[in-house]
Design a protein around this ligand. Structure first.
Ligand SMILES: CC(C)(COP(=O)(O)O)[C@@H](O)C(=O)NCCC(=O)O
Ligand SMILES: [Mn+2]
Length: 911
């Protein structure tokens, strides 16, 4: 059976400048020695093309190794194109019931010879490499679990992924272990002792034991500081994410509900005390439940409870008071007076009770008890916040509701129970954190991007067999998955919460047809660690910033966008398959992509907050990520090329026309041009239908002719005032403008480039900000220099500025030999934005863009994705212009009370 886990993409390593291999090896060997602080240690000399390491270590393949960038730099990056090992860190939490694994896989190197990057770094004064003292590599943190009784499956998993081999040292290099010393894996939990010999025997590794409490606290602190939507409340079926202020996190009570329960007062990093606990925990539920119901697993028991009615077993207040409330002390008739209390007075045997009812009664008894004891401890120490973690909870709505109810009830609403999405992984994550100097504790929230687990959207990281090895296995698994028609293809709708008020709940508040135990067990994605990401420095209030304009927690809204994306899918698959030559292989990958994406959508429909707060930007990014997962690198490649060529052909005429205008008319025509050309959007259903009705130029002309002011949002006059002289007063030109460009073809060539040219003409430096990776027909930073070079053939202003910005090949030589000072023009530059999506979350942008922003006093956001779906409400420290054509009827109605093809020109002076 295939394994169901997200796999890092196994990709090719693109390459760079070639250098003498021998020289590179020397640098590399020196680097490993020096940075590992082990200069005196003997290192095996290279044999052939690889360094052979001790038996349990992977080989480092140095063939075709090359220095990336400038070899004179202090810490040059060295690319190993043939090094295929996915170097990993692994940590374990081996509990009585479950084994939790956290492992790290390195990002594949997608580095290519992007000369633009080097020049832009020089221009913007970006220092090379990482700014932290010990850099960590970009990569992904994966979270998986196994049942402890199936420990062999876990060992097979580790072995097949080679997770026990090698690690990364403090500098992101393979750490070296002397030949006579075996590898060590950090592990916590009782099983780290119990199974130490088994790990040694089967994998040849020693378990380096870490204290369980230390790990729990380290894991919880890391999550609460570094993950945006980690903590949430859960009351009467409603999940609500809580924004934790990192500076006001401590003290709090951490309640870890595993087999037993620990209550820990946390005062800071590494500062905590186990103040209480209870032996009535997850193990009790499972153990008693198994005896009473004959259930085979925890999940089965939990699933049973979904259909249970505890009133048949529990003695309720109403049973004692003849169906009445005991109002005087605030107890309703449905309050449980005594768990399992009815069983004493009835002449029934165990077989006479439904297992479903027993399970629910048990679950409720234990959850309530945990909630109550936790609150009493919080009260004891004056703690307001209580975070609950541990695998007992497993995102199960009824368990959380019951705990929340207990805390709320006994505290009279003063205290709140909060839950953690990575609830089960606190210990494993803490053990992972204990690897010395991995740099993780340095990471901040903007360095982590949580993405949907690609390989297995619906299985929640549960491992059912060996992991999927390659793309082919993943595709076959997708095929089998859909053919089997499991429940994900028909998502279970959320049921309205059911509560009787005061006393408690009659039935579980989120009672679907069936509880998919996997889904409830793991609501976490894969954490992508991107240490180079930064918060966009021009955000007026980063803490209050919310990228998404549309709230998808509104189910009607979610359903609408779900339908839009589903309907767009066949066309997208056609484009993607065509972009890969329309081969049988491409068709197969296309089908697998469609299935995987549909499954993700269905999963999110079922549980929108499964991976944190869901916004439209996440859905649009998911689609792009999913395409990349099935190796479609640029589905709209040929469309983009065709449109670029057609637009470049008419650019000279447009520029001539613009040059013949007065300054005032020209500015208006330029803005009209941007809005009109934004119609070329292959992500909009309506626009794609339109493209069948005419040529690119015909559609562009039609769109321009339709431009009539006032636009639906029209701040042009205020913008014009800022830009143009009135009377004798000549306004100070902006120093630097960041232009967030959108689509290829007419959009960039006939819209944004002419606007950039106007700004350059006025003496404003221009930085074109484009996607790092392709998304729909958006122009990428890699593509822009060629487009600019073509455009510059027809325009002196663009040519000189592009030269000054190092965008033209000749100019690059100038820039590098220091003659840039002679340039007579302000520069035109290109930076990548750090994302591969039609939208942009400005909390996580490339370091290039953050550096470029430092001197910028004007930003122009263009397109629906970047200016409407995201950032429509964003406020900036500098002047901001948001330009877009609305190419969706519903969005037009909702956002601007207008109609499809209406335009937005929103200008907001610096705040
Ligand atoms: C994907 C997009 C955000 C891209 O728009 P752009 O940023 O290129 O203006 C937009 O096309 C969109 O929201 N499309 C889905 C809605 C529809 O098909 O109507
Ligand atoms: Mn776009």
């Amino acid at each position: 059976m295939a394994g169901l886990i997200d796999e890092p993409i196994l990709g090719t390593n693109d390459i760079i400048e070639t250098r003498e291999e021998a020289e590179i090896k020397d640098v590399l060997i020196d680097k490993v020695r020096e940075e590992g602080g082990q200069g005196d240690r003997e290192m095996a000399p290279p044999t052939g093309n690889s360094i052979h390491r001790s038996g349990s270590r992977p080989q480092l393949d140095l063939s075709k190794a090359a220095i990336l960038g400038n070899s004179e730099e202090r810490d040059p990056t060295i690319l190993l194109p043939n090094q295929s090992d996915d170097i990993s860190h692994l940590a374990l939490d081996i509990g009585g019931s479950l084994i939790k694994l956290v492992y790290f896989s390195r990002h594949e190197d997608r580095k290519i010879n992007d000369k633009r990057k080097n020049t832009v770094k020089e221009r913007l004064g970006i220092s090379n490499g990482n700014r932290r003292s010990y850099p960590i590599l970009g990569g992904r943190l994966h979270f998986v679990k196994f049942e402890t009784r199936k420990i062999n499956e876990c060992l097979d998993f580790i072995s097949s992924k080679q997770l026990h081999r090698g690690g990364i040292d403090s500098h992101g290099w393979l750490s070296e272990t002397p030949a006579n010393c075996s590898a060590e894996i950090k592990a916590t939990g009782g099983g780290a002792y119990k199974f130490a010999d088994l790990f040694k025997e089967k994998l040849g590794v020693s378990l380096d034991k870490e204290d369980e409490m230390d790990c729990l606290v380290a894991g919880a602190n890391f999550l609460l500081k570094a993950i945006r939507h980690e903590a949430f409340t859960h009351m009467e079926g409603h999940k609500k994410f809580v924004q934790i202020d990192h500076n006001d996190l401590f003290p709090y009570l951490l309640v870890n509900v595993g087999s037993g329960v620990s209550m820990i007062k946390v005062d800071g990093d590494g500062k905590f005390e186990r103040v209480s606990g209870t032996n009535v925990g997850g193990g009790t539920y499972w153990g008693l439940g198994r005896l009473l119901t004959k259930c085979k697993s925890f999940d089965e028991l939990l699933e049973l409870s979904q259909r249970g009615d505890n009133r048949t077993i529990d003695m309720l207040v109403g049973d004692i008071y003849g169906g009445m409330d005991y109002g005087k002390i605030g107890l309703s008739a449905s309050t449980i007076a005594s768990s399992f209390g009815k069983a004493i007075s009835e002449k029934k045997e165990l077989e006479d009770y439904r297992p479903e009812d027993i399970s629910l009664s048990l679950l409720r008894m234990i959850s309530y008890n945990i909630g109550q004891i936790s609150y009493l401890n919080a009260l004891r120490f004056g703690l307001k916040r209580i975070f609950f973690g541990g695998f007992f909870i497993r995102g199960h709505a009824y368990t959380m509701d019951t705990i929340s109810f207990a805390v709320h009830f006994w505290s009279k609403g003063e205290a709140q129970a909060m839950f953690l999405r990575h609830e089960g992984f606190l210990g494993a994550l803490g053990a992972f954190m204990s690897y010395e100097k991995h740099g993780l504790d340095d990471l901040m929230v903007h360095h982590l991007v949580e993405r949907f687990p690609m390989g297995a959207p619906y299985t929640g990281g549960k491992i059912h067999g060996p992991p999927l090895g390659d793309l082919n296995e993943k595709i076959s698994w997708m095929e089998k998955f859909v053919l089997k028609g499991t429940e994900i293809t028909a998502p279970v709708p959320m049921a309205p919460p059911g509560t009787t008020g005061l006393g408690g709940f009659e039935v579980p508040s989120s009672k679907g047809g069936t509880l998919r135990s996997d889904a409830s067990a793991l609501n976490v994605g894969v954490l992508h660690l991107v240490p180079t990401l930064e918060v966009f420095p021009l955000l007026a209030d980063p803490k209050m910033y919310e990228p998404n304009t549309i709230d998808l927690s509104d189910h009607v809204e979610l359903e609408y966008w779900f339908t839009v994306l589903s309907e767009h899918l066949p066309d997208l698959v056609d484009k993607a398959v065509a972009s890969e030559g329309g081969t049988d292989d491409a068709r197969r990958r296309g089908d697998a992509f469609a299935r995987a994406f549909s499954a993700h959508l269905a999963r999110l429909m079922e549980e929108p907050a499964a991976y944190g707060k869901l916004g439209l930007a996440n859905l649009l990014e998911l689609r792009e990520e999913c395409l990349r997962e099935f190796h479609f690198v640029d589905a709209y490649r040929s469309i983009k090329q065709r449109e670029n060529e057609a637009s470049l052909a008419v650019l000279p005429d447009l520029l001539m026309e613009l040059d013949s205008m007065t300054e005032e008319t020209r500015l208006l025509t330029l803005i009209e041009g941007v809005l009109a050309a934004n119609i070329f959007d292959w992500g909009s259903r309506a626009c794609v239908d339109l493209y069948h009705k005419g040529t690119i130029i015909e559609i562009y002309r039609m769109s321009r002719n339709k431009m009539q002011r006032p636009w639906r949002v029209d701040d042009f006059d205020v913008f014009k005032e800022r830009m143009q002289s009135s009377g004798d007063k000549k306004p100070r030109p902006h120093k630097r403008a960041l232009l967030f460009v959108d689509n290829s073809g007419a959009d960039i060539v006939l819209g944004m480039l002419p606007l950039a040219r106007e700004l350059l003409r006025r003496g404003t430096e221009v930085v074109l900000v484009a996607n790092s990776l392709p998304a729909l027909n958006d122009a990428t930073a890699m593509e822009l220099p060629d487009i600019v070079a073509e455009a510059a053939k027809h325009c002196d202003i663009l040519r000189r500025a592009a030269e000054a910005g190092g965008l033209l090949v000749d100019a690059m030589i100038n820039a590098l030999d220091g003659s840039k000072e002679n340039s007579s023009s302000v520069p035109l530059m290109v930076v990548e934005n750090g994302c591969g999506s039609p939208c942009i979350d400005l909390r996580q942008v490339s370091s290039e863009l953050a550096a470029a922003a430092k001197d910028a006093d004007l930003i122009i956001l263009e397109g629906m994705g970047r200016a409407l779906h995201t950032n429509f409400n964003a406020r900036f420290k500098c002047d901001a212009l948001k330009l877009a054509m609305v190419k969706n009827q519903r969005l037009a109605e909702k956002l601007i009370e207008g109609n499809i093809y209406d335009c937005v020109c929103r200008y907001e002076p610096a705040s």
